[in-house]
Design a protein around this ligand. Structure first.
Ligand code: M6R
Length: 609
């Protein structure tokens, strides 16, 4: 979604801002713009890619030592130059992430006060409101504080003014924003990845903070106006982590990074001989020891990870578990259980629905909270009592891949910790599970070697309009994830069903034009799954089966089989089967020629409702 970069320096900041925007492109956007202060206020905006903005900056010879820049993902108003940020009022300019819910009332008031609106955005009210107070106070910080006090909704904003050529003001509530600290130069960004070429030293702003940023100093006041110190973190990320290297797309790179991502995520755990609650926080034993149920809250792919975990938790840890789509849970009337563990799962840690669902759960008195997240210092990690950081590294492709499998790895650990705390693991089982986890990265590497076979299959998918994914048990959520991946990046309509449901409806769709992708692990349901496959064949459907190495399935002209290495993979099976489906979607999308890393209409971090 929208992205913010700002810089105050003693050098030309235009290349810094443009590179920052390029590094935020993965979040999804449809227009971009910047304002530079250099004797006056110079604004450049364009619809489409950052490359277009760069060309416009070159054409207009824009340069200067202070500026703000933005990528916009349209919410209020179409993607157009007029709606692109920054928005200007008088001598100042504003970039904004989030949604101002009371923008209509503010717009009426500001129009009555004589302001003219030139866009359809909610953001423009912020620019005029700050300008209104700036005219009264001639103090940019005071004007910003007065303006944000009237805003309802979510915002991360950056402001520059032509009267203050060495000063950047920013504020946040409900949308992430951080300050990057350089040597006699400072920056702001909505995501640390935007600043990695210039600094790894960052200060995360808290809810309601307003910061005043100069060349040499940064001062922060909290929502009440009290000066506060926010701690400085050194980001573990480096600038080259977000480079494509030899890969054609970030999605492909991220699929292949999974052995490394899983190794890093499991590092602490597998180095030990015993399962430890402290993997989830220093007081995790106390919290996890008391819970009698688990409720997961998540969206999209992260919700599928949650669904997988419900199977593991009930079967292995013997604890009731349910997964809820965050955007549903936050609005439905539910029966709170104060002894349930509330687990949010999120790659970005900023998903608005998941954050709101967590706050809703807490408001219902459910305060035993854990987040499984890929971004340290994100809103979800800060709002949760316990946390587990997956170490997937930055995920740039909109389609989640390594974030999902590392979430599953973290959920394996959670399952084993709860199983141990509840006395459900013998010493032998504990050792066996840890050994399985240690083998995970290597087994994923072996599955990646199947890519040429999967690619060959994908050629048959490119001309299809629909596809059906089947799985049973813990592999049903993997089928859901396979279908989501395929539709997300290839735009082929895909549905997933537990195979036993076929005859209750979806079988009506099956004919020779409907590829049926089937996950066939060697588990207790395999014979039942084979019967379901017969139901498909009897209606002329063509089967594409990902099977464990020791599953006997007769291949034919209409039954194609790719075998995973080895026999049954127990706990790891859903993770290994996921990798094959990721490769299938990736290659199907390549065949169709879609924009794999930036599929239409989608954004990487969904920070609005
Ligand atoms: O950052 P999150 O994990 O909270 O994001 C949730 C979903 O928006 C996300 O998983 C989405 O479904 C992905 N694009 C799937 O590939």
């Amino acid at each position: 979604m929208c992205g913010i970069v700002g810089a105050v320096a003693q050098r030309n900041v235009v290349p810094i801002l443009l590179e920052g925007l390029r590094r935020l492109e993965y979040r999804g956007y449809d227009s971009a713009g910047l304002v530079i202060i250099n004797g006056g206020l110079k604004r450049v905006r364009s619809v489409g890619r950052v490359a277009g903005l760069e060309a416009a900056c070159t054409a207009h010879q824009v340069h200067g030592n202070l500026g703000i820049a933005h990528t916009r993902w349209a919410t209020h108003g179409v993607p157009s130059e007029a709606n692109a940020h920054p928005h200007v009022s008088g001598s100042l300019a504003v970039v904004h992430n989030g949604i101002i819910e009371n923008h209509e009332a503010l717009r009426i008031r500001l129009k009555a006060a004589g302001f003219t609106f030139t866009s359809e955005t909610d953001t423009e009210v912020i620019a005029h409101l700050v300008e209104l107070y700036y005219r009264q106070t001639q103090d940019l910080l005071a004007a910003t504080r007065a303006a944000v006090a009237e805003l309802e909704g979510a915002y991360a904003i950056g402001i520059v003014c032509e009267d203050s050529p060495n000063r950047l003001i920013c504020a946040r509530k409900g949308s992430p924003l951080l300050v990057g600290l350089g040597i006699e130069e400072n920056f702001i960004a909505s995501d640390v990845s935007a600043l990695l070429p210039v600094t790894q030293r960052v200060m995360y702003l808290e809810e309601g903070d307003v910061a005043d940023i100069g060349l040499l100093a940064v001062s922060v006041v909290d929502a009440a106006g009290n000066p506060v110190d926010r701690s400085v973190h050194i980001s573990e990320l480096s600038a080259d982590m977000a480079e494509l290297g030899n890969y054609r797309h970030f999605m492909q790179k991220e699929i292949h990074e999974q052995p490394r991502a899983l190794t890093d995520t499991l590092l602490t755990a597998v180095a030990q001989e015993h399962i430890q609650p402290e993997w989830f926080g220093f007081d995790a034993a106390e919290v996890l020891g008391k819970v009698n149920a688990v409720t997961f809250l998540a969206c999209g792919t992260s919700y599928h990870a949650a669904k997988v975990a419900t199977y593991w938790l009930e079967a292995i840890a013997g604890i009731p578990a349910r997964a809820e789509i965050a955007s549903e849970y936050r609005y439905r009337t539910s029966v709170p259980n104060p002894d349930a563990l509330i687990v949010t799962i999120s790659q970005s840690g900023e998903t608005a629905d998941t954050l709101a669902a967590l706050n809703h759960a807490k408001a219902l008195g459910q305060d035993k909270t854990l987040t499984i997240c890929n971004v340290p210092e994100s809103a979800l990690t800060r709002a949760s009592r316990l946390k587990f950081l997956t170490r997937a590294g930055p995920e740039i492709g909109v389609a989640s891949t390594k974030a999902f499998t590392t979430q599953l790895a973290a959920l394996c650990l959670l399952t084993l910790v709860l199983a141990k705390l509840r006395g459900r693991l013998s010493v032998e089982q504990e050792a066996a599970y840890l050994a399985e986890l240690r083998s995970m990265p290597n087994k994923v590497q072996q599955v990646l070697a199947l890519e040429p076979q999967v690619e060959a299959w994908s050629q048959r998918f490119a001309n299809k309009h629909h596809a059906l994914f089947l799985g049973r048990g813990v592999h049903y959520p993997i089928a859901l994830e396979g279908a989501l991946k395929l539709k997300e990046i290839s735009y082929i309509h895909a549905e997933a069903y537990p195979a036993g449901e076929l005859k209750h409806g979806p079988l009506a769709l099956v004919d020779e034009d409907m590829p049926v992708i089937t996950i066939a692990p060697n588990d207790q349901l395999i014979e039942k799954l084979k019967s379901n496959m017969q139901e498909v064949r009897a209606r002329g459907g063509e089967l594409y089966v990902f099977a464990d190495g020791d599953v006997h399935i007769e291949e034919s002209a209409f039954v194609h089989v790719i075998r995973l290495p080895g026999g049954s993979n127990g706990l790891l099976s859903p993770i290994l089967h996921t990798v094959t489906l990721q490769m299938l979607s990736y290659h199907a999308a390549l065949q169709k020629g879609t924009d794999v890393d930036k599929p239409r209409n989608l954004a990487k971090s969904v920070t609005v409702e």
